[in-house]
Ligand binder design. Sequence first.
Ligand code: IPD
Ligand code: CA
Ligand code: CA
Ligand code: CA
Length: 265
Amino acid sequence: MNWEAVYHDAKQWVKEAGERIRLSFQQTLTIKTKSNPNDLVTDIDQEIEQFFIRKIRDVYPEHKILGEEGFGDQLDQLNGTVWLLDPIDGTMNFIHQQRNFAISLGVYENGIGKIGIIYDVVHDEMYHTLCGNGAYLNERPIAPLKERGVKESIIALNATWVMENHRINHQILIPLVRDARGTRSYGSAALEMVYVATGRVDAYISMRLSPWDFAAGAILVEELGGIVTNLRGEKLDFLSKDSLFAAKPGLHQDILKNYLKNGNW
Ligand code: IPD
Ligand code: CA
Ligand code: CA
Ligand code: CA
């Protein structure tokens, strides 16, 4: 496989998709709900996924595609080359704020991450890596991550997890929230992972995400020396929903051992 060529095509298609999304700001969105009234999807989410599928199938017909909106393939294994796509990560922000959302695209070969691209469309900021060659924000190299202690850390996490109807024991997170310097919530898992990759936050915790939410982010964070697992400290499975914990080196081990180990995640 000529990975440089795949990388080039992937970045090109992400740029084009971003342009389409920016143009959509002039039109009226069709908004539908999915599993619940706050689980939203628009015609643009669907159009962008279909745009990528057309491009990928045309140039790489032997590759598989797993996309959030379901226009790709149904997969039960990750053999071969698989594109994991979230056409708009942060749809609620896209609808309400016209910002704080991203295109997330990860390309895997037999389950191993090769290419990670996250595009902050509104800021025209593309974070990308071809594994082993460093990661970039547009043309600028991103510096590798350095260790940091909990007390100097900003942790991205979402306050909706405090609701009692979740089966998880959220009380476990109280000491972590107390000890950290601060917490943040941006409403886009892909952007939150890219903020870990660039050091804007030091860790990101989510109780439940899907493979297309974290596929590209995991590649970017790991390329910069960060660590990505589920909340039990296990390797991620790119075919199942799972919890997610991405952090700087050192901080990841510290939080797992001293704060998360008794959780029922
Ligand atoms: C959602 C966002 C959000 C996260 C949700 C995801 P979507 O993705 O990443 O930050 O908390 O769990 O489903 O639906 O906007 O692509
Ligand atoms: Ca969604
Ligand atoms: Ca998503
Ligand atoms: Ca999405």
